[in-house]
Design a protein around this ligand. Structure first.
Ligand code: UD1
Length: 423
């Protein structure tokens, strides 16, 4: 397995281009199942998760080809399709469950493997299945697969109150409802920018959707959807991650394509920590205000709150802040696995349940560490860039799921980082 070796060093300077959003692309791709006409996605990120979704969609009968070195995805699903999403692919990535809504809407039945365990928590699918049941689907679990069948052959509109603003359930139900008979209302819907991006794409395909970006989304079912060309929204999590690089190491970096409105709550916390963020013509510029990082308390919440997907990276910043910060994780029950690794680098962190208390130390020290999930791995790289000495991050395949060209992007702003290929 490859590893990444980082030598902590000086301040950073230069520009980092931000890719299209992984999480948006992973929900836009299954939208191809809703139409017989082609869907073209531009600004796609080059990531292993995207390749996994490609493999899944091909297994269902979709054609997927890539152009411009993977930045453009051409999807088409005009023939007969297979409605069984196999465990061997689904187990690699939870987002595979996003084919359930579209398959059920198009064919009236689907069998989708449950994704199974995940490093950051149990992540059930009850909100997805309860909602589809309200839309007239009969769903049971057999042999590890959800067997779903629309009564009478097609889904019906329904008023659905989510118990929690689940991102994936909002996406699945929104897609399913585009072809359902009648009107569907989702109350307590997720409001993430990736939901708005999906709604924009579905509208371009002919869907009738209102209220995306608010807690109440209304979808009027239509008979068929057409083709579209859609540009994937900027990856706000990649953006926030790289905004932390100059915050942690010093210097000034411009993030090309960044916008504050994608990350308002995160930018407010950076401001409180003493990090200046300014909008430029091409993106965002980030630098420390006066050399000192101040402690801040952070609670993760659904959008527009502080994103759980930036909690690990924020913790890396707060490890060397002046004072004590409290981080509360409210979305996933087991998302502090980076803490023991940061402690190996000299951080002072105590974890009790969903709360981590981080007391700043003067300097972190390089150490061999283990990446445990996607965002945890990048937090270790950020921490290592400001640590004394050398850090080797093992199990970096997690990183390839969500960060394209991470080594090249960080080297481009002056970081001393390299990938060591396992022979
Ligand atoms: C998406 C993102 C992920 C991000 C998360 C929260 C993608 C591909 N992934 O994941 O990066 O961390 O949003 O912002 O977009 N839950 C249930 N029952 C359900 C569904 C969810 O209990 O049926 C719980 C989950 O266990 C979790 C919480 O709700 O504790 C949030 O999950 P959800 O918003 O659904 O996240 P994902 O869509 O899986």
């Amino acid at each position: 397995m490859d590893s990444i070796v980082v030598k902590g060093g000086g301040a950073l300077s230069g520009q980092i281009p931000i890719a299209g959003a992984k999480n948006a692309c992973l929900t836009l791709m299954p939208a191809t199942l809703l139409s017989e006409e082609p869907l073209t996605l531009t600004n796609a990120p080059r990531l292993s998760d995207i390749r996994t979704m490609t493999e899944l969609l091909r297994s269902l009968g979709a054609e997927v080809s890539t152009m411009q070195e993977g930045k453009v995805l051409a999807l088409s699903c005009h023939g007969a399709i297979n409605t069984r999403a196999e465990y061997d692919i689904v187990r690699k990535m939870r987002a595979s469950n996003l084919v359930l809504g579209p398959l059920l809407a198009r064919e009236g039945h689907a069998q989708v493997s449950l994704p199974g365990g995940c490093a950051i928590g149990a992540r059930p699918m009850d909100i997805h299945t309860d909602s589809l049941a309200l839309m007239g689907a009969e769903i049971d679990l057999r042999d590890g697969y959800l067997h779903a069948k629309a009564q009478g052959g097609s889904l019906k509109g329904a008023v659905i109150d989510f118990p929690f603003a689940s991102v994936g359930a909002t996406e699945n139900i929104m897609m399913a409802a585009t072809l359902a008979k009648g009107t569907t209302v989702i109350n307590n819907a997720a409001r993430e920018p990736e939901i708005v991006d999906l709604a924009d794409c579905l509208r371009a395909m002919g869907a009738q959707i209102d209220g995306d970006g608010t807690s109440r989304i209304e979808i009027q079912g239509v008979d068929r959807l057409g083709g579209a060309t859609h540009r994937v929204v900027t990856d706000r999590i990649e953006l926030g991650t790289y905004m932390l690089a100059p915050a942690i190491c010093g210097g000034e970096v411009e993030l090309l394509g960044g916008r504050i409105n994608l990350l308002q709550a995160f930018c407010e916390k950076l401001d409180a920590a003493g990090i200046d963020v300014t909008e430029t013509e091409n993106g965002l510029k980030v630098a420390r205000r006066n050399g000192v990082i101040s402690a801040v308390d952070v609670t993760t919440e659904p959008f527009p709150g502080f994103p759980t997907d930036l909690q690990a990276q924020m913790m890396a910043l707060l490890c060397t802040a002046d004072g004590t910060s409290v981080l509360e994780e409210k979305i996933f029950e087991n998302r502090f696995m980076h803490a023991p690794e940061l402690i190996r680098m000299g951080a002072d962190i105590e974890v009790h349940g969903g709360t981590a208390t981080v007391t700043g130390v003067k300097k972190l020290k390089g150490a061999p560490v283990m990446a445990t999930d996607l965002r945890a791995s990048v937090s270790l790289i950020l921490a290592a860039m400001a640590a004394e000495g050398e850090t080797r991050v093992n199990r970096v395949y997690h990183l390839d799921r969500g960060y394209e060209h991470v080594v090249a992007k960080l080297r481009g702003v002056g970081a001393n980082i390299e990938r060591i290929k396992e022979q």
